[in-house]
Design a protein around this ligand. Structure first.
Ligand code: ADE
Length: 226
């Protein structure tokens, strides 16, 4: 999979891909991340990417021309399944959305800044608008990093144990059950006995029950879906 990210602050987007699982996925060649600095697509001396909004009002708006130049160049080189715009008024990112996006070959992610982008960018180029939650960030970059992480870990081969993404919280609309590791007793605090019993069908049953109970207690809304 290839992800092209268009941004005015590429520096924010370097470190998430330079450590741990995402770095390993890139090194293994399972995903390519390409950062594009919008200022490289400007034609004036000031490398201007934003301007005052028509009609007046506080806050700058990202101009269409550099964004058009960047997206048009990328699209001339390969086919993209989605051109995503990160924005607080987009569709809320959910596991199902990450699952679907992880199956694409090439996607573009545009990070907004200031008051957002000229509406014509959204009308003409964007195929999907995504928010990572009901709060406003200073730009779309951190949202893009969250989105990329949620997608990349689902690509086959990225996680060591292929099944581990399938047992994450939110797959099957359930939260994950509690997990424990050694020691089996710490300061008198014990691990549930069933987990050290070796009875794997019973352990599986216990986990399913715990996942359900935890979901009912913490996120009953998930059980009402569908
Ligand atoms: N840009 C600013 N706020 C955002 C949010 N909540 N999600 C995605 N992009 C954003």
């Amino acid at each position: 999979m290839r992800i092209d990210i268009i941004t005015v602050v590429p520096d924010i987007l370097r470190s998430p891909f330079e450590a741990s699982i995402l770095q390993r996925a890139i090194k293994k060649g399972l995903v390519e991340i390409h950062l594009h600095n919008l200022r490289d697509y400007t034609t004036d001396n000031y490398k201007q990417v934003d301007d005052y909004q028509f009609g007046g009002g506080a806050g700058m708006v990202m101009m269409i021309e550099p964004i058009d130049k960047c997206i048009t160049k990328l699209k001339s080189e390969r086919e993209y399944q989605e051109v995503i715009y990160m924005t607080p008024d987009g569709d809320r990112l959910q596991q199902k959305m990450a699952n679907r996006l992880s199956m694409h070959e090439n996607i573009i992610i545009l990070c907004g800044h200031y008051k957002g982008v000229d509406q014509r960018v959204r009308d003409k180029f964007i195929t999907k608008e995504i928010s990572i939650g009901d709060y406003v960030l200073s730009g779309g970059e951190l949202g893009a990093a969250v989105l990329c992480d949620s997608i990349i870990r689902l690509i086959p081969g990225v996680l060591g144990n292929e099944t581990s993404a399938l047992t994450d919280s939110f797959q099957d609309n359930l939260l994950a059950p509690p997990v424990y590791t050694r020691p089996a007793e710490y300061k008198g605090w014990e691990v549930p006995e069933i987990l050290t019993s070796g009875n794997f069908p019973k352990i599986e049953e216990w986990r399913e029950n715990e996942a359900y109970e935890r979901t009912k207690r913490l996120r009953p809304d998930l059980l009402e879906d569908e």
